[in-house]
Ligand binder design. Structure first.
Ligand code: HEM
Length: 425
């Protein structure tokens, strides 16, 4: 097996390679063929295994006691940034402590607190309200004179509104939540981050992210106090009044719970929605088929989640020496689960670089796998199904009206502009 060449290692960690799309796909295709499970050590980083194959990603995620989330940073980070975070957080490698940074027994207990809310039987109650919201956004788009930026005008706003209503954040605060989310996930993108500049300095980079986290915490701290005094039927009340082993949630844990719902709960779905329309605008035949047969919407949803794969990686840490796909992993080793690579794995997907709404089966791994599998997966699917049902009823044709652009980020990202022209029925 070949070692990972320096230029390939640099590409898969480069936020701008993800904005480019092709560059990162090429690097992962090379890795799957030549070094599917090897260590990378770009300058300034501790070595980490790059897990590129679908089967190996599942194998790591399945063994959540052997491969922990919380022992080291769950997101790829430089040695210097890691040192700085640990010095700020009393030795912990994490700025927040959400489900993502937890292992058992805490993970199980904290997940159980809200898992029921996100189950299909509970979500069904929201169907009519979500349809009203979706129809409202489609209406608004239909009044835009046949042209819009679908990312900015629809895709960013619709899942945001749904999840904020679920959490209990008032509509007037949604722009603030969107801005904070984009500053967090877009911290490497000068168009989106708080400074408006390229990040070159580690101290400044960590401080900027920390200041976004602090703003979120100040907001949700006030919300916790409110919901403790006046509980309502919303997720914020569940978190504010929830108990773990007979005691209220820890402060950091409660704040982190809100933050993950208020960020991962819309940005990922927005990216997928924007990416779906981008793909359809370039493939009028598939758009026409969807109009004729809305039963194909389920396939569109799975294929667009695979296609966009908005979560680009999560890290795991081995808790003991282990063997994975014939390689020796040592206790303490860091592993990068490369979801975009798993979702283009030739061993699992025929013509992985083709966008096919009728792809069956479509065993994508964009929601992860195992104990940490995305808590919001059913909500995300439901939101997208309802939006496309409403959209296809009204919009006869769509085409691109300029060059779409992707956000620059190596953790969570998707399109940031999808200019379209459209006709109505
Ligand atoms: C297309 C949309 C979405 C995608 C692609 C996505 C992807 C992911 C991925 C890859 C993970 C990590 C899974 C793992 O480690 O195995 C995750 C975890 C999570 N997601 Fe999503 N997500 C989406 C939508 C949502 C929504 C709508 C919510 C709503 C609140 C949400 C909340 C969460 C939470 C709380 C976790 C942590 C779960 C845990 O660690 O136990 N996500 N998601």
């Amino acid at each position: 097996m070949a070692a990972i060449p320096a230029d390939v290692a640099r590409t898969i960690i480069d936020p701008f390679a993800y904005a480019d799309g092709g560059r990162v796909d090429e690097a992962f295709t090379w890795l799957r063929a030549n070094a599917p499970l090897e260590q990378a050590q770009p300058d300034g980083f501790d070595p980490f295994w790059v897990v590129t194959r679908h089967a190996d990603i599942k194998e790591v995620e399945r063994q959540n006691e052997l491969f922990h989330n919380g022992d080291r940073s769950t997101v790829l980070t430089t040695i210097e940034a890691d040192r700085k975070v640990r010095s700020m957080m009393g030795g912990s490698p994490h700025l927040v402590r959400s489900l993502v940074q937890m292992d058992n027994p805490d993970h199980f207990a904290y997940r159980r607190l809200t898992q029921g809310e996100f189950m299909p039987q509970n979500l069904r109650r929201l169907e009519a309200r979500i349809r009203e919201i979706a129809a409202g956004f489609v209406d608004r788009m239909c009044q835009m004179g046949g042209r819009c930026d679908f990312a900015r005008d629809v895709a960013f706003l619709y899942p945001l509104h749904v999840v904020m209503e679920l959490i209990g954040v008032p509509e007037s605060d949604e722009p603030r939540m969107l801005k904070l989310t984009q500053e967090l996930f877009g911290s490497a993108d000068p168009d989106l981050n708080r400074t408006g500049e390229a990040v070159t300095d580690v101290d400044q980079g960590v401080d900027t992210i920390q200041s976004v986290v602090m703003d979120f915490m100040a907001y949700f701290n006030a919300m916790t106090e409110d919901r403790r005094a006046r509980p309502r039927q919303d997720l914020a009340s569940v978190i504010a009044n929830g108990e773990i082993a007979g005691a209220p949630l820890g402060h950091l844990e409660a704040m982190s719970y809100y933050i993950i719902a208020a960020t991962a709960g819309h940005d990922t779905t927005s990216s997928t929605t924007a990416g779906a329309l981008w793909a359809l605008a370039e493939r009028p035949d598939q758009y026409a088929r969807l109009r004729e047969d809305p039963a194909l919407i389920a396939g569109l949803i799975e294929e667009s989640i695979r296609w966009v794969t908005p979560v680009k990686h999560f890290m795991r840490t081995a808790t003991a020496d282990a063997e994975l796909a014939g390689r020796r992993i040592a206790k303490g080793d860091w592993l990068m689960l490369s979801y975009p690579s798993g979702n283009r794995d030739e061993a699992v997907f025929d013509h992985p670089f083709a966008f096919r709404i009728d792809r069956t089966p479509n065993r994508h791994i964009a929601f992860g796998y195992g104990a940490h599998i995305c808590l919001g997966q059913h909500l995300a699917r439901m939101e997208m199904r309802i939006l496309w049902e409403e959209f296809l009823k009204r919009v006869r044709s769509v085409e691109l009206d300029g060059e779409p652009r992707r956000m620059a980020a190596s953790f969570v990202c998707g399109p940031k502009a999808v200019p379209i022209r459209f006709t109505l029925n």
